[in-house]
Design a protein around this ligand. Structure first.
Ligand SMILES: *Cc1c(COP(=O)(O)O)cnc(C)c1O
Length: 361
């Protein structure tokens, strides 16, 4: 018998990430509201850029992503030198854990926080530390209370997924200021584009040495399938993240599509307005059926039920009507379902299905 080959400690504790379901066997009318995707798809501008990129598929891509970084910097008023692009914002999260954590260190995430924080921490050999939220909202004092001399990173999504809740700029600023100076606060802005006038924490990044912001093209820009995200941080941190980044992590096709999408300001503005209108409509429709939800700042609503049984029954009823939503028991929210905001027709279909379910009960 040979020696057993051991992987590094911690990997055995990783529960594989499960994406939102997309198929129901035997149905061709499935409405997928399980992954917070843009209901209108990707912008035509991005599709055209992707097709044009086919001409140079034999060429290795840009290693510095200069053109996309310049576009992001221009649109958001940022310093292009302190932007890093990755394979989804997931990869920026991975870079942060790789560069700043390892065995003997801790990574803080909150009770209902996005599962990639825990996965990336464990993959880097670090210890994920969960701190409580207060009524499905990030609690700054609980985070500060969870800090030890081993803490290296704190992940906070604002707006958060799967709760959709947000904490104010004062609270975020207080957290950044009260963390020890050697702890990096990562503000995950995957849903920042949906909040009118919100910079995702960019000004705080500029003002401090220990704050990093992550953003994505997967949500408002409708490019989840293409895998592009970015981060913005102090020069010393971005420099380290670039050292662990693969030189060819993004293809020119990805870079070109993302650049076209972010320069398509009409698309972004229409998407934000449409989402806000239908999100309010959906939350109101749920409320009229006796299903409460917290005020959402993102592109989904977290519907709350009496208990897990009722949430499961509702999920099954929606599924029977071809509608897939997200169960979030794995996020310690067993009595909730996360429903992405769709088009007007999509939202109407959800309401009709829920109305039939309520009437049958
Ligand atoms: C969807 C989402 C992301 C985006 O991930 P990508 O890798 O950019 O697709 C990041 N953080 C949170 C909290 C999300 O919900």
């Amino acid at each position: 018998m040979g020696q057993r080959i051991e992987a590094k400690a911690g990997l055995e504790r990783i529960k594989l990430y499960k994406g939102g379901e997309s198929r129901i066997p035997g149905r061709d009318d499935v409405l997928k509201l399980s992954s917070n995707e843009n209901p209108f798809g990707a912008p035509e501008s991005a599709k055209a850029a992707l097709v044009a990129a086919a001409k140079t598929l034999h060429r290795y891509p840009s290693t510095d992503h200069a053109s996309l970084r310049a576009a992001i910097a221009e649109v958001h008023g940022l310093d292009a030198e302190r932007i890093i692009c990755g394979v989804g914002s997931d990869e920026i999260i991975t870079f942060l854990c790789q560069a700043y954590t390892g065995p003997g260190t801790e990574v803080i995430h909150t009770e209902h926080g996005f599962s990639m924080y825990r996965i990336s921490a464990l993959a880097a050999g670090a210890e994920p530390v969960e701190v409580p939220e207060r009524e499905r909202k990030v609690d700054v004092d609980a985070i500060l209370g969870g800090v030890t001399e081993r803490t290296r990173l704190v992940f906070v999504a604002n707006p958060a997924n799967p709760t959709g809740t947000m904490i104010g700029a004062n609270e975020v600023g207080r957290l950044a200021a009260e963390l020890p100076p050697d702890v990096i606060l990562v503000l995950d802005g995957a849903y920042a584009e949906y909040v009118d006038g919100y910079d995702g924490g960019a000004a705080l990044v500029d003002a401090r040495e220990n704050v990093v912001m992550t953003r994505t093209f997967s949500k408002l820009y409708g490019l989840g399938g293409l895998r592009i995200g970015w981060g913005y941080g102090p020069a010393h941190i971005i420099d380290n993240l670039n050292r662990v980044r693969g030189p060819f992590n993004l293809s020119d096709a990805q870079l070109a599509a993302a650049e076209a999408a972010i320069r398509d300001r009409d698309w972004a503005e229409r998407g934000r307005l449409q989402n806000a209108r239908m999100r309010d409509w959906l939350a109101q429709a749920l409320a009229e059926l006796g299903i409460p939800s917290d005020t959402s700042s993102a592109n989904f609503v977290l519907a709350r039920f009496v208990d897990e049984d009722e949430a499961e029954a509702c999920e099954a009823a929606l599924r029977a009507d071809g509608i897939l939503v997200r169960k979030v028991a794995g996020y310690k929210l067993p009595n909730c379902l996360r429903i992405a905001v769709g088009t007007e027709a999509d939202c109407g279909r959800v309401r009709d299905s829920l109305t039939r379910w309520r009437d049958a009960a």
